[in-house]
Design a binder for this molecule. Structure first.
Ligand code: PLP
Length: 405
């Protein structure tokens, strides 16, 4: 067969496929190095893979399903939006918690938050228009390929240190008639920031004004995979109760420690006229991407564990130990309120160089903030064994003292 025919590939897809994420690169480096020098000598704070096993109810639910349910139904296709009884169970759970009136029909089951996000972005992109999606830094880097992959424009509002709250003045400046949505991620990956009810009310006020001015709704896409990981007795405000034009994307990846199993949903609350059309567009988008339906076994597992939460005590212990330890060393650290990430300032400000220094001199892996859209910080994941933090802190201390930058 002749092998010299020119290929014509989608360049954006090729670029995304060839470009490695910094997080993945660090993680892979850690895996290879661990084989060389032993896993106990690598201090990997790079990735957001839950470090605690799924709650026992998850395994029990799988066993019950596999033993008791009709296997042809259990492993068969569900409707594209998901099994309606599971969707109703989720809606009932949200209603109990937030005093809302959602129906199963408002919930679209997906392969994790990622599929819910791409489907939502696709649904909001108008053909032939310049469709802008606003994201405030620091942000989850995958938002860029998710948005651009749906022919949306990824528009970044600069980060707002020191506490990384919402910068309403900058958000207002970035809104135009082309704005389709603003992506809100609270608790935030990577900053650990939880936006307050007041900040979100102020955002809702601004979006209502701008929606009226441009005579079209500007949506909030509220990405909430860390909703259950909030500390100090706080709770993440329920954004659809604050702003009517909200699409909420949710995932069980972190709340049940099952990121590889791929299950989540998009909620389109019945809070605005045309919500059924938005829902239909999300269904059409998911269909166009060939998702077919979320994994059936996983949907049914969620039906049996809807109110089960992961035990956040370990994350909380790690959070406090890391926060206190790094501050005592002298690092400037943002107190994490949720998720399992800590954001700290890099002495001297050169985050990629400091990340390399930590890696090469101390086998400590942490992600420079440049890939999250702002410079000068590091993300340190504390979804790790507590021992990794205990031993890792010594290395952070040596790095602080010996860093020439
Ligand atoms: N959104 C944020 C902010 C995340 O951190 C992640 C995963 O790390 C996702 C979405 C995607 O999650 P999922 O595994 O549910 O696709």
């Amino acid at each position: 067969m002749k092998r010299d025919l020119p290929l014509t590939l989608n360049q954006e897809a090729l670029h995304n496929g060839q470009q490695r994420s910094v997080i993945r690169e660090l993680f892979d480096y850690g895996q290879i190095k661990a084989k060389e020098i032993g896993a106990e000598n690598i201090f990997d704070f790079s990735i957001g893979n839950p470090s605690i096993p799924p709650p026992p109810e998850v395994q029990a639910a799988f066993l019950t399903l596999l033993q008791d349910r009709d296997p042809t139904k259990l492993h068969g296709y569900t409707s594209s939006a998901g099994d309606i009884s599971v969707r109703q169970t989720i809606a009932d759970s949200l209603n109990r918690r937030y005093g809302t009136h959602y129906a199963g029909e408002n919930i679209f089951m997906t392969c994790g938050a990622a599929a819910a996000l791409t489907s939502a972005f696709r649904a909001l992109v108008e053909e032939g228009a310049n469709n802008e999606f606003i994201v405030q830094a620091p942000y989850f880097p995958e938002y860029k390929p998710y948005i651009e992959g749906q022919q949306g424009n990824f528009l970044v509002v600069p980060a707002c240190p020191p506490d990384f709250g919402l910068d309403l003045d900058e958000i207002e400046k970035s809104i135009s008639p082309d704005t389709r949505a603003i992506v809100i991620n609270s608790p935030n990956n990577p900053s650990g920031k939880l936006y307050s009810e007041e900040e979100l009310q102020n955002l809702a006020y601004l979006l209502r004004l701008k929606s009226q001015e441009y005579r079209r709704p500007i949506f909030i896409v509220s990405d909430e995979p860390y909703r259950e990981l909030v500390y100090d007795g706080k709770e993440a405000p329920h954004i659809p109760a604050i702003y009517e034009y909200t699409i909420m994307t949710y995932s069980y990846s972190k709340s049940l420690s099952i990121p590889g199993d791929r299950i989540g949903y998009a909620l389109v609350p019945p809070n605005f006229e045309g919500h059924d059309l938005v829902f239909a567009a999300i269904a059409g988008a998911a269909r166009g991407m060939g998702y077919v339906c979320a994994p059936s076994l996983l949907q049914h597992m969620i039906g049996l564990t809807v109110d089960v939460k992961t035990d956040t005590k370990t994350y909380d212990k790690n959070r406090q130990m890391l926060y206190k330890g790094l501050r005592e060393i002298g690092y400037e650290v943002l107190r994490p309120e949720g998720a399992f990430y800590l954001f700290m300032k890099v002495p001297g400000g050169d985050a990629p160089a400091f990340s390399n220094f930590l890696r090469d001199e101390y086998n400590v892996l942490a992600v420079p903030s440049d890939s999250f859209g702002c410079e000068g910080y590091m993300r340190v994941s504390y979804c790790v064994a507590t021992k990794t933090i205990e031993n890792g802190l010594e290395r952070f201390e040596k790095a602080f003292k010996n860093w020439p930058g």
